[in-house]
Design a protein around this ligand. Structure first.
Ligand SMILES: NC(=O)c1ccc[n+]([C@@H]2O[C@H](COP(=O)([O-])OP(=O)(O)OC[C@H]3O[C@@H](n4cnc5c(N)ncnc54)[C@H](O)[C@@H]3O)[C@@H](O)[C@H]2O)c1
Length: 250
């Protein structure tokens, strides 16, 4: 199950999982993009279904989980990917924006886990991947509200791992750097007044790699965390950030 799978990292991961032979269940609030990604997977010979689901709405989440169980009988992997951005200092972020970013980025993960984990506990097997961010590890200009959600996800992942290890369930987080997706394009539009190329140049100064990340860079990390190849990786945050958190070359 992949949340927010219509676009960006979620879409890329859905395609990668399908190529690896998974039966992929996608959800998104954006029906058009969810259907598009599902069609692409099917056209390439993969198995995928899309269900319109808002991760902030418990009834919507519960109904999607029931549908997935009816179709497949089990849930091996949950990738809590859906997320939104919030740009501004704390004194600039209004209460509605604060509540919305908490709701999608954090409560959405709670609700998905609440409904999927009992199934994985019965199976005595499962892998949960929670989408954090490299901003959980370092300060970034005008991102405090967003960073609060991603730091919380990383902490939550570690304590969840302690709770669910006895059920043979692994819980890990992903910490991407700047991945060029619609999410980042929106951030660039709202944060930089200049043309997109100079904005990308500014972003590249934060990292050691010479280009921004591709959604596939994160998708491969998700495939690894989902698979038994990562069976000894538990309660960790896997950083995929082109060296952003590593340091500066000067
Ligand atoms: N792109 C980056 O540089 C970057 C870096 C670090 C972390 N992340 C995280 O990765 C995740 C995906 O980011 P992306 O760049 O692919 O974003 P994106 O905006 O391209 O895609 C996110 C998808 O989530 C969906 N979504 C939003 N709210 C939803 C809801 N309530 N219920 C279900 N689906 C919902 C959107 O419709 C969209 O299709 C986010 O959690 C983001 O915080 C992104």
């Amino acid at each position: 199950m992949i949340t927010g799978a219509g676009k960006g990292i979620g879409a890329s991961t859905a395609m990668k999982f399908a190529e690896e032979g998974a039966v992929v269940e996608l959800c998104d609030v954006d029906v058009a993009s969810g259907n598009r990604t599902t069609e692409s997977i099917r056209n390439a010979g993969g198995k995928a279904s899309f269900t319109e689901t808002d991760v902030t709405d418990e009834r919507s989440v519960a109904s999607w989980v029931n549908e997935v169980i009816d179709r497949n009988g089990r849930i091996d992997v949950l990738f809590n990917n859906a997320g939104i951005s919030a740009v501004g200092r704390i004194d600039e972020i209004d209460r509605d924006t604060w509540d919305r970013v908490m709701s999608v980025n954090l409560t959405g993960v709670y609700l998905m886990c609440k409904h999927v984990l009992p199934i994985m506990m019965n199976q005595r097997k499962g892998s949960v991947i929670n989408m954090s961010s490299s901003v959980a590890e370092l300060g970034l200009l005008r991102r405090a509200a967003y960073a609060a959600t991603k730091g919380a996800i990383l902490s939550m992942t570690k304590s969840m791992q302690v709770d669910y290890a006895p059920y043979n369930i692994r819980i890990n987080a992903l910490l991407p750097g700047t991945i060029f997706t619609p999410f980042v394009q929106d951030y660039l539009r709202r944060s930089y007044k200049r043309d997109i190329d100079s904005a990308i140049g500014e972003l590249k100064k934060r990292q050691l790699a010479d280009s921004l990340g591709d959604p596939e860079d994160v998708a491969w990390a998700a495939v690894y965390l989902a698979s038994d190849e990562s069976k000894y990786v538990m309660g960790t945050g896997l950083i995929v950030d082109g060296g952003t958190t590593c340091g500066k070359p000067f």
